[in-house]
Design a protein around this ligand. Sequence first.
Ligand code: CU
Length: 172
Amino acid sequence: MRLRVRGLLLLTLGLAVLVGVASRLSAEKAKSHHTLVGIPAEDRFAPFAIQIRQGDTVDWVNNDTDDHTVVSNDAINTANPKNIDVIVPGTDSNGGQPGTFSITFHDPGIWNYYCRFHSTLNDEYHQPFAPGPRGGIQTTKDPSMCDPAGSDTCDFGTPMMGVITILPHHED
Ligand SMILES: [Cu+2]
């Protein structure tokens, strides 16, 4: 009888601890907000500019058939993380599923990024021109990337890029 009461007490205590942990976990999950940046079947990030709060997570989802990249522009970013250079697979290279990539931003600031495959626009259609892995707004202008026919595809234009503004925590 005594043993059974003690067993019941222990069981009740155990359950109380479990419920406590579960509710704390769900409270933490509710606090971290997720913002989606999609890549449609075009060479762009949508939306191009977003505003989030410190501690929030951005989820990139590549719905295009082609691979794209998320590359940080460390020269002008005032927020971490630095040195991001990640391929977000398109459906062609990801078994038919959109590739995904996420960053949680822990500091307030501005975080600019681009896709290094599509960081300049071509002359004719104003679509991102793919100069290859070494192209992009962080490299110097390379004459070998110019169109020999004389068009100005070697000129740098608006790249496939985005900007994230990370606001400080709510004051509460
Ligand atoms: Cu791209």
